[in-house]
Every structure is written in C-alpha cells, then in structure tokens.
Design a protein around this ligand. Structure first.
Ligand code: DGL
Length: 270
C-alpha cells in the first residue's frame, strides 16, 4: 500500500455513511472503500467479543484490498475493538466516540445527554469518558433501541421514527438537557428529526467533521495523503444481500450506487 491506496471505512450498516460524507467533503481525491456489515446489524445489542470479531474480519478485508488507513465509523465497534485493531494491524486506525468534551464546552444548563447504543454506553471506553466529565456536568445516558433499524430501513421522517425519537429525546429535555450528543453514527441521519422534536434552542453535537480532521492528521503524519489530482471514487460493500442494501445506501448517499457482496470468508459470525 502507498499514498495512492484507498481509505477503508466500516460500520455495522449504513450509519457510517454519515462519516463517509464528511470524509468525501474533506478529501476530494481519495478513493474510499465502505463496508456495511449488514448481515450482523445492529451491533449495539451484541457482545463486545462478537463486535470485535466482526471488526477484525472487516479490517482484514479492507487491508487485503490495500487500504492505507481504516476509519471505524461506528461508536459501538470503536468501544469494542479499537485496541485490538491497533495491536493487530499496522495501518493508521481512526475511531469515533461520543463527543462529550465538545458538549461540555457548549452546555449552559450543565446537563448534557448522550444518545447511543447500549453497547457503547456499557463499554470501558465510555466509562472513562463518564469518569472524566461526569464531575463537570450532569451526563444523562439514553440507549435508543430501534433507532438504528429505522435508519437501516431508510425511514428518517415517518411516524414510527418520530414517535420513537420523541420517546427518547423529550424526557432528556424535561431533565434539563440543553445539549444532545449523537453517540451513534446512524443517528446523524436522524438529526433533522431530533432538531424538529427538540427545538432550535438545543445544541446537537455530532463528531463527524472531527473524524475527517483526525484522519487528515494521521494521513499527513504518515505521508499517506493521495498525491493524485483526479476525483476520488467510492466502492460500497456489504456482508448482507446487496439488492436489499443498495436502495438505502443510494438514498443516504444521494446517488444510484453499486453495492458488492463481501467475500464469504469475511462474513463469518465468529
Ligand atoms: N452506527 C453504530 C454506532 O455508531 C452501530 C449501531 C448498531 O449497529 O447498533 O454505534
């Protein structure tokens, strides 16, 4: 692999496309490989060992495709697997975690809320964030069962998505939260709905642009930024059925894309 090689990005499903969007915005000439582990979505209710095994298998696939860097576009997989990925693979690996620190800088009420999967909220990594910032502000945590499935179905505005989102968000506002952290990459696609439900005075904190920034820093320091002036390409892969996954990837990516099937050897569940 070299500076002209692609960047690999993965998530349990289509949530990481919100990160891919920021990466494309920040890096016009990079080639991007995206894997949606749709056969195993959601990760949020699986064991950390399971999520770690899937993260290793997908990273192997991306490294076998010559990826020069990996972006774990999933809070749950970052919590379960980033330490293992960094010890097993030599390419730079960038992860994502709920943006508690920026939220602490924004809140006036001193109450912030984290929307995330139960996997993320019960991870050691998140426990460290709570220990670090929990004494500074009140941190309300809200697991959001069912929201990932709404996004996977491309249902971002319907009644069911609205009811479910309101059920999670409104009690947090009643408890004084003025800042909502999107601690799952899927929820970025629900940000307009969350904004409608929570109102204009609430801050919504999403770390996606910061990930692209961190990726640039890592590529620069390893001399891996693409030297090619041409426009970069995107390739989409899934462990699920491409025909089922293609419509929602196309919807969220705003283009009619091709989705390929991940080779079987990277699709095992253990
Ligand atoms: N998008 C993921 C995250 O950021 C995973 C959601 C899931 O599969 O449960 O946590």
């Amino acid at each position: 692999m070299n500076a002209s090689s692609p960047i690999g990005i993965f998530d349990s499903g289509v949530g990481g496309l919100s990160i891919l969007r920021e990466i494309r915005r920040a890096f016009a000439s990079e080639d991007l490989l995206y894997v949606a582990d749709s056969a195993f979505v959601p990760y949020g209710d699986k064991s950390p060992q399971f999520v770690e095994a899937r993260s290793v298998a997908i990273t192997e696939f991306l490294v076998d495709r010559n990826a020069k860097a990996i972006v774990v576009a999933c809070n749950t997989a970052t919590g379960a697997a980033i330490t293992t990925l960094r010890s097993r693979f030599s390419v730079p690996i960038v992860g994502i975690e709920p943006a508690v620190k920026p939220a602490v800088g924004k809140t006036a009420s001193r109450v912030v809320a984290v929307l995330a999967t139960s996997g993320t909220l019960s991870s050691d990594k998140f426990a460290k964030l709570l220990a670090r910032f929990g004494g500074v502000v009140d941190i309300l945590i809200q697991p959001c069962a069912g929201l990932v499935e709404q996004v996977e179905a491309g249902e971002l505005h319907g009644e069911k998505a609205r009811d479910l989102t309101a059920k999670y968000v409104l009690p947090l506002l009643e408890r004084g939260a003025d800042t909502i952290i999107l601690g799952c990459t899927h929820y970025s696609f629900l940000a307009p709905l969350i904004r409608e439900i929570a109102g204009p005075q609430i801050s919504i904190v999403d770390p996606n642009a910061a990930i692209a920034h961190e990726l640039r820093r890592r590529l620069e320091s390893n001399d891996l930024l693409s030297p090619d002036p041409r426009s970069g390409t995107e390739q989409f892969w899934t462990s699920g059925a491409p025909n089922d996954v293609k419509p929602v990837v196309s919807q969220l990516w705003n283009a009619d894309v091709q989705v390929r099937r991940l080779p079987k050897r990277y699709c095992r569940s253990t």
